[in-house]
Design a binder for this molecule. Structure first.
Ligand code: PEP
Ligand code: MG
Length: 580
């Protein structure tokens, strides 16, 4: 038996079989070969191209049997690229003239193609580099023996173990057969962890050594409540975990009884508790857990795992389905928040030194206006169906907000001119998740209909702590006085301007923070749906007055540890004795 500890990234306990998948980046080393070795390197190149072609042809046969039209087209494109003699001829000539190994030479060919494609004006043709990259990388993996497993479950109780898992991987995997996730890297607020919680897949991150191939096939217990992973458990540990699992599942069921009770304090103060969703299917789960609508729809998931950006109609259908799923409750749709750890195949690849500070979110949308307008028109059209609000991610200041709103006005005029209905009073909100937006909140408020704080990014940028870095989890402190002061300022400014103050970052879904957030005066908390019952339970145990006193006291402390200690003692003595 081996016990690993990591970060509790998504709650729940599962028992299953470990499947180790390789998600490591391709590593290519270039080295010099002797003139005598040239022929052998050229033969390696030829063999790898032939093996890749054979693999693709076999895959094509499988797809033909299963009638998978869309994937067949992709395979055909890849076979065409492989059939082009230039790939072989140019690489062989680099091997000969430069006396370098075949993989190093092929990598050089890839770099050359990247440069050539980058200078093509036509966006469609420019993006064909993605296909060329996929083909060349497959040849390189064949040549160097670095496999890149697809995440395919072995059985219906598969726990995936990997160095890293991206949000795109999670969206793509067969979630009916995968019951848990364990990764070596990633934090609680990484988007992969957020998705694991959304899909109720217990997960532990920061587990060094779990991606070791020798563990493949082992039996495993993933305890996403305390961040523990047990490989090959002994009988006693196994029985003990089963008992913990049953207790947890029973308490979750009990909490569901709160579903139809109002989200209000003991003294009758109501707070809006809503769900965050990533895909339309999650709308039903928001209602199942008793949410009063959707406070954050992360639309970027619709843009992942595909080469073309979704057209306006496709977006309309997805947003409308989400709206219908929670109707008559309101839906807040966030415009594309790509970049950072959410990379899109359809967006020309930017090689960035600092993706978290790079071309992302609203900056990216304003940089591709045609795509931005498609999205805004789709959202506007859905606003004709029910209560819908728009929210812009990562606004850094007034100029960005004004630019985004100007594009929105343009879209409204276009729809009006075409006689297409939309809500002319649609509310437009700003996500406050960059410290500059906190500082500028008083200027942003008169031009916004609501604020929603993205605490995941706000904490990351305020404290300069990468939210996805498993080594920094102790520094990612929601109770840091600088964070609390920011929350306080934003709520005060919003209320002075007469607009709503909401939170949609992960902090909103942790019942421990509820007394502070209630006391600070937030109007709405939006969270992963399965967190709603616990947060509601805490809300129903507080009085507003008590929470206001707690928040006022918390604002006076000078370190996160002091706030944490005080809050724990207040909660356990006055609100919920059994809280741990
Ligand atoms: C946030 O930053 O808190 C947020 C809600 O947005 P995301 O997690 O998608 O970046
Ligand atoms: Mg964010």
């Amino acid at each position: 038996m081996r016990v690993f500890t990591g970060i509790a990234a998504s709650p729940g306990i599962v028992v299953g079989t470990l499947k180790v998948v390789d998600r490591q980046r391709l590593a290519i080393t270039e080295y010099v070969v002797s003139p005598k070795g040239v022929a052998a390197e050229i033969a390696r190149l030829k063999a790898a191209i032939a093996a890749t072609r054979a693999g693709l042809e076999a895959l094509k046969l499988d797809l033909e049997v299963s009638n998978c039209e869309e994937h067949l087209n992709i395979i055909d494109t890849h076979l065409l690229i492989l059939a082009d003699e230039r790939l072989f001829v140019e690489t062989a000539s680099i091997i000969e003239s430069g006396l370098i190994n075949a993989d190093g030479a092929l990598h050089r060919t890839l770099q050359k193609y990247r440069t050539t494609f980058a200078s093509i004006e036509d966006a469609y043709l420019r993006e064909r580099i993605n296909d060329v990259e996929t083909v060349i990388e497959t040849i390189l993996r064949t040549m160097t023996g670095q496999s890149h497993d697809n995440i395919v479950p072995d059985n219906a109780m598969t726990v995936i173990a990997a160095h890293d898992i991206t949000p795109a991987d999670i969206l793509q995997m067969d979630r009916s057969r995968i019951i848990g996730l364990v990764t070596e890297i990633g934090g609680r607020t990484s988007h992969a962890s957020i998705l694991a919680r959304a899909f109720e897949l217990p997960a532990v991150t920061g587990v060094i050594g779990i991606a070791n191939p020798s563990l493949d096939g082992a039996s495993v217990i993933v305890d996403g409540l305390i961040g523990r992973v047990i490989v090959n458990p002994d009988r006693e540990t196994f029985l003990d975990s089963l008992q913990r699992k049953r207790r947890y599942e029973y308490s979750e069921l009990e909490l569901l009884k709160l579903r139809d009770l109002p989200a209000e304090t003991l003294d009758g103060y109501r707070m809006q508790l809503k769900g965050n969703v990533e895909i339309p299917e999650e709308g039903a789960s928001v209602l199942n857990y008793g949410g009063g609508g959707i406070g954050l729809y992360r639309t970027e998931m619709l843009f992942m795992n595909r080469r073309e950006m979704p057209e306006e109609d496709e977006q309309f259908r997805a947003y409308a389905a989400t709206q219908q799923a929670v109707s008559p409750h309101p839906l807040t749709i966030r415009t594309l928040d790509a970049g950072g750890d959410k990379l899109l195949d359809g967006v020309p690849h930017l090689t960035e030194q600092n993706p978290a500070l790079g071309m992302r979110a609203i900056r990216l949308s304003l940089n591709m206006l045609d795509e931005f307008k498609k999205q805004l028109r789709a959202i506007l059209r859905v606003s004709a169906l029910g209560k819908v609000r728009i929210m812009f991610p990562m606004i850094s200041g007034l100029d960005e907000l004004r630019k985004a709103k100007a594009v929105l006005e343009e879209c409204k005029s276009e729809l009006a001119a075409a006689g297409i209905p939309f809500d002319r009073q649609i509310q437009t909100g700003v996500m406050i998740e960059i410290p500059s937006a906190v500082m500028m909140a008083d200027m942003l408020a008169p031009e916004s209909d609501f604020f929603s704080i993205g605490t995941n990014d706000l904490i990351q940028y305020t404290l300069a702590v990468d939210r996805s870095n498993e080594h920094l989890s102790e520094f990612f402190q929601p109770l840091h006085p600088a964070v609390l002061r920011s929350l306080h300022r934003v709520v005060e400014v919003a209320h002075t301007a007469g607009i709503e103050a909401c939170i949609c970052g992960e902090m909103a879904g942790d019942p421990f923070y509820l007394p502070i957030l209630l006391g600070l005066g937030f109007d709405e908390l939006s969270m992963g749906s399965s967190s709603i019952p616990r947060v509601k339970q805490m809300l129903r145990r507080c009085t507003r007055e008590q929470a206001q006193a707690i928040a006022a006291a918390c604002l006076k402390f000078s370190t996160a540890a002091e706030v944490d200690c005080y809050l724990k003692s207040e909660i356990t003595t006055h609100i919920a004795e059994s809280f741990d």
